[in-house]
Write a protein that binds this ligand. Structure first.
Ligand code: TXA
Ligand code: MG
Length: 349
């Protein structure tokens, strides 16, 4: 429900006809210290001028995001990284290779920051997360503003990331002045985040968040290290356990037989491909079944549909959602990661 203090949220279509107008309007708002929701290839982001502390504060406010969770900064050109990151010649060499391999694209690097980036953006961390999006709207806006744009996913804190303008409106409608509608997101899960360090022999790529750029892609450029589970968020920003969560409780099980339905409750199944051999479909008379990759079982398709389907099930009125996990390979790692974080923690047996 909207409160009296809510504002009107304008939605502009960045279709071929409306593209320039939408980009210009977004740029104008950003230059005046406002926030705007923008499409990227992964999920929609809530953008603000990263060099303007009070604009960035509005992002935290609209999302109800705690100040200890730092934001990703988006740039338009590779050279801009030198304006915001402190890179030794050795680190610069590694970073150049990575950005030529994966930018523009769903890939974020955590690197030592320069003082031009305000502490509010990085939650006081000495590092900043940087990415260059491939989405034409985000690129055009960043380029025209000429400054780095801080943009976390455009959802309320801890909720499902939005992969369409409609989902952004449901999350933040009334809290932000504008959403630029650039259609559905191509990748569907958030960018891969890697903290880049020099290491002793080879560069170390600390995988802070699994995403569309997968471990196999990264291995060519350094030793991929999966950080140990952090005890608290202050220790490892970006690794909050509970995240991406629907309001309806979502459960995942080690094996289908572990599902013990409670009488009288209505259950939905979030199935990978709706196939009997996955073990869940025939287990129960589900009230609703949604498939991530109907029939074909393609992980990339499953990733694109994941948050959309989670949202649909959340709105379907069931009491609980049971989700199948997918193969732990390629982008399946990111899908399982989001499902685990969206799920209700199981009590240890
Ligand atoms: O695909 C994406 O990355 C999307 C689009 C909009 O670009 N953005 C996104 O932002 O997912 P957000 O804020 O929802 O997630 C950023 C993650 C957070 O978990 C945050 O803790 C982590 O990046 N992060 C940001 N700065 C960091 C830093 N200096 N060190 C470690 N983690 C950082
Ligand atoms: Mg997020």
């Amino acid at each position: 429900m909207r409160s009296v203090s809510d504002m009107e949220t304008e939605i502009l279509y960045a279709d071929p006809e409306g593209f320039d107008e939408a980009v210009n309007a977004a740029v104008k708002l950003l230059e005046s210290g406002e926030v705007v929701a923008l499409p990227t290839e992964t999920v929609y982001g809530l953008g603000a001028n990263a060099l303007d502390e009070s604009a960035v504060a509005k992002v935290f406010d609209a999302k109800q995001r705690p100040s200890f969770d730092p934001l990703i900064v988006h740039i338009a050109k590779r050279e801009q990284i030198r304006e915001i990151c402190e890179l030794s010649p050795e680190l610069d060499e590694v970073v150049q290779k990575l950005m030529h391999a994966f930018w523009p694209g769903p890939f974020t690097m955590v690197l030592p920051k320069k003082s031009i980036i305000p502490d509010i953006v990085t939650s006081g961390e000495p590092t900043v997360a940087v990415r260059m999006s491939a989405h034409p709207v985000m690129r055009a806006v960043c380029k025209q503003v000429g400054k780095p744009i801080a943009a976390p996913s455009a959802n309320r804190f801890g909720r499902i990331s939005p992969t369409s303008a409609n989902a952004v409106e449901k999350e933040l409608g009334g809290k932000i002045p504008m959403i630029v509608d650039g259609g559905a997101c191509n990748d569907g899960v958030e960018s891969t985040i890697v903290r880049v360090e020099l290491g002793e022999k080879r560069p170390e790529l600390h995988l802070l968040r699994a995403g569309p750029v997968v471990k196999e892609d990264l291995q060519k450029y350094g030793k991929v290290i999966r950080p140990k589970k952090a005890r608290n968020v202050a220790e490892a920003p970006g690794q909050l356990d509970s995240h991406y969560a629907p309001a309806t409780p979502l459960y995942i099980f080690d094996k289908p037989e572990d599902f013990k339905p409670e009488p009288g409750l209505r259950y939905a199944l979030l199935s990978y491909r709706g196939a009997s051999r996955d073990g869940y479909i025939d287990l129960y008379d589900w009230d609703v079944v949604e498939e991530l990759s109907p029939g074909s079982g393609k992980l990339t398709e499953a990733a694109v549909r994941l948050f959309f389907v989670m949202r649909q099930l959340d709105e379907s009125g069931v009491d609980a959602i049971v989700a199948e996990t997918v193969a732990e390979t390629g982008i399946g790692v990111a899908i399982n990661d989001r499902l685990r974080r969206a799920s209700v923690p199981q009590e240890p047996a």
